[in-house]
Ligand binder design. Structure first.
Ligand code: 2AL
Length: 243
């Protein structure tokens, strides 16, 4: 089974980290590969970044299908391009936010999310509402770190995340915390030990869900709205997408 982790931003060190986190939890016999788009934002921390990154995600899905990938993970906490990706492929596609929310509800009645910058909290809040998880989430919190601080060992990002998780544990009345960025994928064990709560991390959650779906031979439904897009010409620089 080949699972492709798509990091929607173009920072190669984060892509490598996401791949390594996936390999640590993958079953024997599961192949994990990690890619990122050739072009797009180096980090995703706004609606604009998300919109641009979605095109790169969809290009990676097209490439993966030509290579025979069995399941995909979109490894950014806004799940950019998720439904469009599902239209493009018959393989399962899992977003890390939806994966983490699902797993958090199986081990706690209430959870909080700890993400990067305050301005991105609304992205997670919209997803919670759209996915039907809003009642399970007490609060979306920000450690106020830019995403790329997670790539910089000297930036104390880990300590700020742990501080915010400790505040969530004391103030939110929760049983678990969801980490709100793909770049946090290597921090789960340290944060769990420092905070003393179950810490649900989306990349690893999504890998296990993708493995489950693929091994159950459950692919994205091609009946209804997730059917392949209707063939049509695309103009200008998107003409390669047309048929
Ligand atoms: C993210 C993420 O997971 N990757 C990225 O570049 N931005 N999300 C976030 N809330 O910071």
């Amino acid at each position: 089974m080949h699972i492709r982790l798509i990091n929607p931003n173009t920072t190669a060190s984060m892509t490598d980290k996401i791949g390594a986190a996936g390999r640590l939890v993958a079953a024997a016999g599961t192949r994990i590969s990690a890619t990122n788009p050739e072009a797009g934002p180096v980090s995703i921390e706004s609606h604009f970044d998300e919109a641009i990154s979605a095109v790169g995600v969809l290009e990676e899905i097209r490439r993966g299908d030509k290579e025979g990938v069995d399941a995909y993970v979109i490894a950014c906490f806004g799940d950019p391009g998720l439904l469009a990706a599902r239209e493009l492929t018959a393989a399962p596609v899992i977003g890390i936010a939806e994966a983490a929310f699902h797993l958090a509800t199986l081990i706690s009645t209430r959870f909080s999310v700890v993400t990067t910058l305050g301005r991105t909290c609304i992205i997670a809040e919209h997803l919670l509402q759209n996915y039907g998880f809003a009642h399970h989430c007490r609060r979306v919190r920000a450690a106020e770190i830019p995403v790329l601080d997670l790539e910089d060992d000297g930036a104390c990002a880990r300590d700020r995340i742990i501080d915010e998780c400790r505040r969530a544990k004391v103030e939110d009345g929760i049983g678990a915390i969801v980490l709100g960025c793909g770049g946090m994928a290597d921090l789960t064990d340290e944060i769990r030990e420092a905070v003393g709560l179950p810490i649900v991390e989306g990349v690893t959650a999504a890998v296990k869900l993708a493995e489950s779906l693929a091994s159950l031979r459950l692919g994205t439904s091609k009946h209804g709205d997730l059917a392949f897009p209707r063939p049509k010409p695309f103009s200008g620089r998107f003409d390669y997408l047309g048929n």
